[in-house]
Design a protein around this ligand. Structure first.
Ligand SMILES: *[C@@H]1O[C@H](CO)[C@@H](O)[C@H](O)[C@H]1NC(C)=O
Ligand SMILES: *[C@@H]1O[C@H](CO)[C@@H](O)[C@H](O)[C@H]1NC(C)=O
Ligand SMILES: *[C@@H]1O[C@H](CO)[C@@H](O)[C@H](O)[C@H]1NC(C)=O
Ligand SMILES: *[C@@H]1O[C@H](CO)[C@@H](O)[C@H](O)[C@H]1NC(C)=O
Ligand SMILES: *[C@@H]1O[C@H](CO)[C@@H](O)[C@H](O)[C@H]1NC(C)=O
Ligand SMILES: *[C@@H]1O[C@H](CO)[C@@H](O)[C@H](O)[C@H]1NC(C)=O
Ligand SMILES: *[C@@H]1O[C@H](CO)[C@@H](O)[C@H](O)[C@H]1NC(C)=O
Length: 414
């Protein structure tokens, strides 16, 4: 039997009557009850972007650049789009990379534990909401929209896992009445596709077999062929759409954490198909590029100084930094409150974002962040295209430069 309390806490964030963040794994009975009640939410919007009108972010798992580059499905895909040869993850293991993709930092996270991030930390959902750009996540095998448990099914081989779900970690998402219902499964993806109700931004996580985590790149390559290739031929899906296919992290921890990454979709101009882009990017570049594309503010975290996808920078005139990667590993992070002491040190302090930079996207900082962190000194220098921390000596000594208005600017992280 479910107590009223647990029922409320379970479905609260998912129905229209109230919102709640759960702190423990729901039972199968609770899952079944919620599944019967929860209505997935599929808002749509049509806000023109500078370089694309829809962005689809698809992450596979734990594969080294060299291994991925030999997979025939991926190389064929690259020949139809742009191969990003200098795209970097931020740390290990998986979860902090997913966290970073939504929140602009990973707060020292060095583990895949059940993490909840306080509601005063903003995410890309706050950025999209400033212009009512519809967003969603599609998580394969999630039992219902907004499920907050660790995994599903509760036993047997892993299919859906919380650690690969970027937005579910943030209380600013789970405390909302509607946001959790925009975190849906693949059943909803196919419904939304069929009814032309796909959002303008979506994050797609295949299950633990399809994403190569519990299998290998051949299985993931086959999944890409089955899932993505038909979509690219679908005019509704592909119309001015930019798809990023990347990985969460490299597989070899003591090697540089660079990822084989491909841009495809209807937003790629014909003359760029089959080309390479050697610009330095990180997962933070995607947040910054979304902001630049749609005229959105920044989170004031590491998205602020991140390089923009060249496709977008070419439209805004932003000059990206050239990063000398000979010293770059991006295989562990600095201390923070989400550290378990595995690869980084614990520190109780939540990083303070910047509230007064223009940022690479050029639209300043989102109001909710300015209001929350007004007059506080930022923890890091977020204008850098590479995250670094002077206090713990993380990622120091990395040189970067660019030529802007005929003048060479050179910097070093120190
Ligand atoms: C990722 O891992 C591979 C090991 O296969 C290593 O050679 C490479 O340097 C790492 N990073 C990149 C840049 O691929
Ligand atoms: C944000 O929330 C955390 C955790 O509750 C708290 O420690 C921190 O002081 C808050 N920061 C601000 C600026 O309110
Ligand atoms: C996907 O989510 C919907 C809506 O929340 C739910 O009804 C359905 O059973 C889920 N599908 C799977 C395969 O779990
Ligand atoms: C993963 O998804 C595929 C279909 O896309 C399904 O056949 C498979 O059973 C799912 N789960 C596992 C553990 O493979
Ligand atoms: C693509 O989208 C534009 C509006 O953004 C629309 O005018 C056009 O008809 C669409 N094309 C297709 C093939 O759906
Ligand atoms: C990161 O790479 C460096 C250099 O290879 C290595 O010393 C360090 O142990 C790596 N960190 C992790 C978490 O593997
Ligand atoms: C950040 O670093 C750059 C380059 O070293 C420097 O010019 C800038 O003043 C720094 N910003 C802050 C807020 O410290």
């Amino acid at each position: 039997m479910l107590s009223m309390q647990s029922l409320l806490s379970l479905i609260g964030g998912l129905s229209l009557v109230g919102a709640a963040t759960i702190t423990k794994q729901p039972s199968q009975a609770e899952i079944d009850a919620a599944r019967a009640k929860v209505q997935p939410f599929s808002p749509v919007s049509n806000v023109k972007g500078l370089a694309f009108d829809r962005f689809v972010d698809i992450w596979l798992e734990n594969t080294d650049y060299a291994t991925a580059s030999k997979n025939p499905s991926l190389s064929k895909l690259a020949s139809e789009g742009i191969l990003l040869t200098n795209y970097w993850a931020l740390t290990h293991p998986s979860q902090p990379n997913y966290c970073a993709s939504a929140g602009g930092d990973n707060f020292g996270m060095d583990n895949d534990n059940f993490q909840q991030i306080p509601s005063n930390v903003s995410t890309i959902a706050d950025l999209f909401d400033t212009k009512h750009i519809a967003w969603g996540e599609y998580q394969e095998d999630m039992p219902y929209a907004g499920y907050q448990g660790m995994r599903y099914p509760l036993s047997g081989p892993n299919q859906y896992v919380r650690k690969h779900n970027p937005l579910v970690m943030f209380d600013s998402v789970t405390e909302s009445e509607v946001r959790p219902r925009q975190i849906k499964n693949f059943t909803s993806f196919h419904d939304d596709l069929a009814h032309h109700k796909l959002p303008q931004h979506m994050f797609i996580t295949p299950n633990m077999t399809n994403d190569a985590h519990d299998s290998d790149i051949t299985v993931a390559g086959n999944w890409v062929d089955r899932f993505l290739l038909p979509l690219l031929k679908d005019r509704y899906f592909s119309n001015n759409t930019l798809v990023l296919l990347t990985f969460d992290e490299n597989d070899t921890y003591d090697e540089p954490n660079r990822l084989y990454s491909i841009l495809v979709g209807g937003a790629i101009p014909d003359h760029l198909k089959g080309t390479k882009d050697n610009t330095f990017y990180t997962h933070y570049s995607i947040i910054a590029s979304l902001s630049a594309n749609w005229g959105l503010p920044s989170l004031g975290r590491w998205d602020c100084g991140a390089n923009l996808l060249k496709l977008v920078a070419d439209k805004t005139g932003y000059v990206n930094w050239d990063v000398d990667t000979s010293n770059v590993f991006l295989n562990q992070t600095y201390p923070g409150p989400l550290s378990a002491g595995t690869y980084s040190k614990y520190s109780p302090k939540w990083a303070i974002p910047t509230t007064n930079e223009r940022c690479s996207a050029g639209h300043g900082i989102v109001d909710v962040v300015k209001k929350t962190y007004k007059d506080q000194k930022p923890t890091y220098n977020y204008t850098s295209p590479v995250p670094y921390d002077t206090a713990s000596k993380t990622n120091l000594g990395i040189k970067y430069s660019r030529t802007k208005d005929g003048k060479k600017e050179s910097r070093i992280t120190r």
